[in-house]
Design a protein. Structure first.
Length: 434
């Protein structure tokens, strides 16, 4: 078993909780990933780490953090999930995904040690171990690591972060993390470690209190909270992005152009800037902030991938994300023709709650499809929800067919928005982006 494809097939033969979420009876544990890392020599301790969790905004915040760290001349590794095309995307250095050869080498090493383990690891645990081993092999200076789900029991939580960041807390993965926001917050607070500096983008007092309490009990180096310690104080629409005023504990940055669409990206930028300031122990130079934030590109986040009609891809995959998408469309995007939503969802999502935020704006037509995942909801169930909300509804068998129908409905003066699941966005991107 030597080729990249053979090794990825071996990887895919392991339990994949991304395609089949564990039930309440599944016992959370860090023992498997801990054993993997110990056999590998604990590679996760070979580099500095910024660890990032949150319901929404993790990907954008991580991207900004990584770009700012790279502007200092550091070698920066990033570990993210899920991918929008190939598994290599999850493990990257300086924005460049791990090569097929290097990925094959890492997976081959893991296949060799798997018989030494007491329990068979999951696919995500193997990918996490591969990322840490590769980062150690290529000697990155710092890794920005995104939690897969939750925090406390996530495979990434074997790291010892210098900065532990929580972007926000909303309802998602409640079947794993708990039914209440306070339960979800406690799970995310599990990434806070002794001596780590904590950056909290969430602002609801009852949730902030949870993070403060865990930071105190864990002996964290300090905690900064959005609003009190850092913020996006001004946030206006600009051509191609936003014009923002950002504040951190050490500096104020006025009228910074951020090349990312959506008002929520201002909060993500403020959180990212605070993380980097906490990491270095001093403010980021003003000119570095200007040059970096003005050149950020983020696939799958209000990403324009077509014209006539305008085609946008957005990774909104929970109610809070769809609410943010609806606000962004209303504030930033206007077309003369019809706006059509291509949407697919995973199981566990309430399609009525997901679609309702878009019903008050410009979206009038919905093309429902089945997401390319074993966890997908049937297109017919989504279509029934859309019909009950008053949308004009079309059912398509897959993402490609849904795009064709949506483009036809929208016409050259309209707009097609793809959302509801990152799996749908990834498939659409494969079809639309060369």
């Amino acid at each position: 078993m030597s080729s990249r494809d053979d090794l990825v097939s071996w990887l895919d033969s392991h339990t994949n909780w991304e395609s089949a979420v564990p039930g309440p009876s599944a016992i959370p544990t860090l023992e498997r990933i801990g054993s993997l890392c110990r056999i590998l020599g604990d590679p996760q301790l070979a580099f500095r780490v910024i660890h990032l969790t949150g319901t929404n905004g993790k990907g954008s915040t991580l991207k900004i953090i990584a770009e700012l760290l790279g502007a200092y001349g550091l070698s920066v590794g990033t570990y993210t999930s899920p991918d929008l095309g190939r598994v290599n995307e999850r493990i990257a250095r300086a924005g460049d995904p791990i090569s097929d050869e290097d990925l094959a080498e890492q997976l081959s090493a893991l296949a060799g040690i798997e018989p030494m383990l007491d329990a068979r690891p999951t696919r995500f645990e193997l990918l996490t171990a591969a990322a840490f081993r590769w980062f150690a092999d290529i000697a990155v200076d710092v890794a920005v690591v995104e939690v897969g789900v939750g925090g406390r029991w996530d495979a990434t939580n074997v790291v010892q972060p210098e900065v532990a960041a929580i972007t926000n807390v909303s309802y998602d993965h409640v079947e794993i993390l708990g039914p209440e926001l306070t339960d979800i917050a406690r799970e995310k607070a599990g990434i806070i470690k002794r001596a780590s500096h904590v950056v909290v983008g969430e602002t609801r007092p009852e949730l902030v209190d949870i993070f403060r309490d865990v930071a105190r009990r864990q002996g964290a180096a300090g905690i900064w909270v959005r609003g009190a310690d850092f913020a996006c104080d001004s946030n206006r629409v600009a051509v191609g992005g936003r014009l923002v005023d950002l504040r951190t504990p050490g500096e104020v940055y006025k009228e910074i152009f951020l090349s990312m669409r959506g008002a929520h990206q201002g909060d993500n930028a403020a959180c990212a800037l605070a993380c980097v300031e906490a990491f270095f122990g001093r403010p980021v130079p003003h000119d570095m902030v200007v040059s970096t934030l003005g050149a950020i590109e983020m696939p799958g986040r209000l990403e324009v991938v077509g014209h006539e009609p305008l085609v946008l891809l957005d990774g909104a995959h929970n109610v809070a994300g769809m609410e943010t998408l609806a606000t962004s469309l209303e504030e930033e995007v206007s077309v003369d023709g019809t706006t059509v939503l291509v949407v697919g969802m995973l199981g566990g999502r309430d399609p009525i709650a997901m679609l309702r935020p878009l019903g008050t704006g410009s979206v009038r037509s919905v093309v429902a499809c089945t997401a390319p995942s074993p966890r997908a909801q049937p297109a017919e169930k989504i279509a029934a929800a859309a019909t009950s909300l008053g949308f004009d509804v079309t059912v398509a068998g897959d993402v490609g067919e849904a795009l064709d129908r949506a483009v036809s409905i929208a016409g050259p003066d309209g707009m097609v928005v793809v959302a509801g699941s990152l799996y749908v966005v990834a498939e659409a991107r494969t079809v639309l982006v060369p």
